[in-house]
Design a protein around this ligand. Structure first.
Ligand code: SF4
Length: 399
């Protein structure tokens, strides 16, 4: 058993690359050792990113209606999850929604659409959105996430001004067939490589808690390191009712912290993001996790709700961190004032979706729909709440 994680972090800071055995040892460590591991990982985080947190903001351009069968996904073929379903939102709505994330301190807007991959017409449509967003927010970074790319599409997105392309590996090659049968791990790898070849930054990460073994998790992380993914989102499975992984609760807050720490040891200088599911799986350890990761999504996810954006910003501030690019601003105060001043405009917005099939349900101002909430059966009390606000609805977004 490795007894000094601090020493391991020191060796990594001097060029040592985490070995598989070391990675497995971190994952299998006792709960009591976890804060020592997190502390050691935090020295690497501090070395490369100081006290900054990169804030990213998701805009779901097209929701549900996907022909693929990724078992973790609420938008999959045959999903009975009662998510919002809508086709492409209008370019001007995408720009408006993305700009709201900028107000919240986001330095990167992630434009995401469901589906196996885009047609050339889809790429043109998203290119217009990127150009519009860059025109109104010249300093913002844009990441596109449209699925598996065909030849030339990454270049087209780059020409439109995209900075990055997201395509997660999600899990290891030998676990991939367990979670998806309609496309392969190698197709995912090829898309990450296409993004790189076109000069886009690669954003590629994981979903943990899907039945993978520790060895498979390590394989997935090492694949991401090998692919030189500049940004690594770590998602914690949100087991939507109506999907094959419904009822799968494998994670605890301390286990999540060990996973994030292992990723930091493996990729010390990469942007590591605590992504979807952090609220229900890390729970009260979210601020502790900020010592290890340097990035998060503000507000809501694609089809589920996150904690309030103001709470995210307050968590960052209270933990002694600053939002990258907004180091001298009091974003909590600014954000609260903005929301107060614009509440009416935000609520009056058109949904912007070309064909919305969102359920016509009464929605409370907080966006909660009681019938879609689910208690964490494993050990927690943070509900999985289907998103009923923001893009695709007429309710103000959590931004
Ligand atoms: S992850 Fe993407 S490709 Fe897979 S089912 Fe969901 S939307 Fe479709």
């Amino acid at each position: 058993m490795h007894t000094s994680y601090t020493e391991l972090a020191h060796r990594i800071s001097e060029g040592h690359r985490l070995t598989r055995d070391e990675a497995l040892e971190i994952l299998s460590a006792d709960d009591e050792a976890t804060f020592d591991i997190g502390h050691a990982a935090s020295t690497l985080r501090h070395q490369h990113f100081g006290n900054t947190v990169k804030v990213n903001y998701l805009v779901n351009l097209k929701s549900g209606l996907c022909p693929e069968d990724c078992s973790y996904c609420s938008q999959r073929l045959g999903s009975a999850a009662e998510i919002l379903k809508y086709s492409w939102i209008k370019p001007e709505e995408a720009v408006r929604q993305g700009s709201l994330g900028v107000v919240g301190g986001a330095s990167r807007i992630c434009m995401v659409a469901s589906g196996k991959g885009p047609t050339d017409r889809d790429v043109d449509r998203v290119s217009r959105m990127i150009e519009g967003l860059k025109e109104s927010n010249p300093d913002i970074e844009v990441c596109a996430c449209l699925g598996i790319l065909k030849d030339g599409q990454a270049q087209r997105l780059k020409q439109a001004g995209a900075d990055a392309y997201n395509h997660n590996l999600n899990t290891s090659e030998d676990h991939y067939a367990e979670i998806c049968s309609t496309h392969s791990f190698s197709e995912r790898v090829a898309t990450v490589n296409q993004a790189h070849d076109a000069g886009l930054q690669a954003c590629s990460g994981l979903i943990v808690g899907m039945g993978e073994s520790p060895e498979q998790l390590v394989d997935a992380v090492f694949s991401l390191v090998e692919l030189d993914s500049e940004s690594i989102p770590v998602n914690f499975l949100m087991p939507f009712e109506g999907t094959p992984l419904e009822g799968t609760w494998e994670l605890t807050p301390l286990k999540c912290l060990r996973i994030l720490s292992m990723v930091r040891f493996a990729a010390p200088d990469k942007e590591i993001r605590m992504a979807g599911g952090r609220e229900m799986h890390l729970r009260s350890l979210q601020p502790t996790a900020l010592l290890v990761v340097n990035s998060l999504f503000l507000g809501d996810y694609l089809t589920s709700e996150g904690q309030s954006a103001v709470d995210d910003l307050r968590m960052i501030q209270d933990s002694g961190f600053v939002v990258l690019g907004a180091e001298d601003r009091d974003l909590v105060a600014e954000h609260e004032a903005y929301l107060q001043a614009h509440q009416q405009d935000l609520s009056d917005a058109d949904t912007g979706a070309e064909e919305s099939t969102a359920p016509a349900q009464a929605v409370a101002p907080c966006g909660q729909v009681a019938s879609c909430s689910k208690e964490n059966g494993a050990s927690g009390s943070v509900p999985l709440t289907i998103r009923r606000r923001g893009v695709g609805t007429s309710v103000a977004p959590n931004a």
